[in-house]
Design a protein around this ligand. Structure first.
Ligand SMILES: Nc1ncnc2c1ncn2[C@@H]1O[C@H](COP(=O)(O)OP(=O)(O)OP(=O)(O)O)[C@@H](O)[C@H]1O
Length: 411
């Protein structure tokens, strides 16, 4: 293992001489103003806690703290004073967000015209065919609703267009277009299927197929962090690796591969989601970095160093460990403490002693501090296929032994 260079000063990600086209272009936590001092106080205040979510107190209880009507009739702002949770929008930042209903209403109200998707007109959602259901998840940036489109169950991500900030609105607009372009381009059985998108004066929406099983993280949490049966874990890891092999083959980097962004479908297959819009706010505002992502983040990324597609391979190593153990990585640390330990102390999740050696080898190679040592996804796929065969053979041998020791009866 190479010694990781020290984690000092600013935590976050800088853009760099990355030779690959970058989904998030500017990145998580870029322009972050979080100093090592902030780290120290955050670590102290969160000691032993779970994923850190910091709320920018300066925004709490602002002038807008009372529920009030927007200029648009019927659109209500969230009462920030009484419901911080409802108004935490941009990963821990309290904003003057529209309430669930108002967001959906802003999208569906026929009085507000639908703006075309530049260059992707054919992907524009026909809102008359869209039925909005309830909100079911809150991302760092967008709110997720269930619904149907032409009868198919879909997930609708609604993003609120920033008010009173032309520059930010313009950048978000560009990034939204980019997200649409990415989703329209990516077609693979292990990438979430894009259905369409649309823009309205106050909101943007992105519609994808709906994953009944939710995210891998939700699934593991519901199982109280019990591990997934080995055969299934390897099959699901293969799904992710195949999806990522495809993404990398196109010269792209996901940059936010984590169990929250892996969706489980009815046939238990996994598809990779979240290709980008969520990062725009962080990019433009220089806000606190998205600490929830640190657990999966490669050290070079935490340290602002130049990076390549191998950051996704690192994240995959952590995801594989999660699937095998069922646990949240670095669960006894805050996300910021984990970032510090990964960079400064070379800490990694503990591989269980009974882990199949081939799987242990994959994860440790994937999370090697030296990106050049990490295998490309094409190799990861091969190694996992090998592991899958080994598991099947072991199971068959065990069954055979079982038949010999317990001779079959006539019935
Ligand atoms: N197509 C989908 N089907 C079912 N659940 C979904 C779907 N897309 C997203 N989700 C759920 O919603 C959560 C947030 O979605 P998403 O990641 O797209 O939002 P985001 O604003 O980009 O947030 P983040 O940056 O936190 O990942 C996911 O973690 C997942 O649990």
């Amino acid at each position: 293992m190479l010694e990781a260079s020290k984690f000092t000063g600013i935590i976050g990600i800088n853009n760099n001489e990355n030779k690959f086209y970058d989904f998030y272009k500017l990145g998580v936590g870029e322009n972050s103003n979080m100093s090592i001092d902030s780290y120290a106080s955050l670590a102290a205040s969160n000691g032993g806690g779970s994923v850190a979510m910091s709320v920018d107190n300066s925004s709490v209880g602002s002038n807008d703290s009372h529920t009030r009507m927007l200029g648009h009739q019927g659109l209500k702002r969230v009462n920030i004073g009484s419901s911080v949770a409802g108004s935490v929008n941009h990963r821990g930042r309290v904003t003057h967000a529209l309430s669930d209903d108002a967001l959906a209403q802003a999208l569906m109200d026929p009085n507000y015209p639908t703006e075309g998707l530049e260059n992707f007109e054919e992907w524009t959602i026909d809102l008359r065919k869209l039925n909005m259901g309830d909100a079911f998840a809150q991302g760092a940036f967008g709110k997720l609703y269930r619904g149907t489109y032409e009868g198919e169950e879909v997930a609708i991500k609604i993003l609120e267009r920033p008010e009173n900030d032309q520059d930010r609105a313009q950048l978000m607009e560009q990034q939204f277009q980019q997200e649409v372009m990415m989703l329209a381009t990516l077609k693979h059985p292990n990438i979430v299927r894009f259905i369409g998108a649309c823009r309205k004066p106050m909101v943007w929406c992105i519609v994808t197929e709906y994953a009944k099983g939710g995210s891998v993280r939700q699934f593991l949490t519901k199982r109280h962090n019990r591990s997934v049966p080995l055969k299934l874990a390897v099959k699901q890891a293969l799904d992710v690796a195949r999806g990522m092999e495809y993404v990398h083959r196109l010269g792209l980097i996901h940059r936010d591969l984590k169990s929250d962004n892996l969706l489980i479908f009815a046939d238990k297959s996994i598809k990779i989601a979240d290709f980008g819009v969520a990062r725009i706010e962080v990019q433009t505002e220089g806000m606190t970095p998205e600490t929830g992502t640190y657990r999966w983040m490669a050290p070079e990324m935490i340290q602002h160093r130049p990076y390549t597609q191998k950051v996704d391979v690192y994240s995959f190593g952590i995801v594989l460990w999660e699937l095998i153990t069922g646990m949240l990585p670095f669960q006894n640390m805050t996300a910021v403490q984990a970032a510090f330990a990964v960079v400064n102390k070379g800490v990694r999740p503990i591989v269980p002693p009974d882990c199949l050696p081939v799987l242990a080898e994959i994860m440790t190679r994937c999370w090697d501090p030296n990106p050049d040592v990490r295998p490309p996804f094409s190799d990861v796929v091969k190694m996992l296929e090998h592991a899958e065969t080994e598991i099947m053979t072991t199971v068959r041998k065990a069954r055979f032994r079982c038949c010999i020791t317990q001779p079959m009866t006539a019935d």
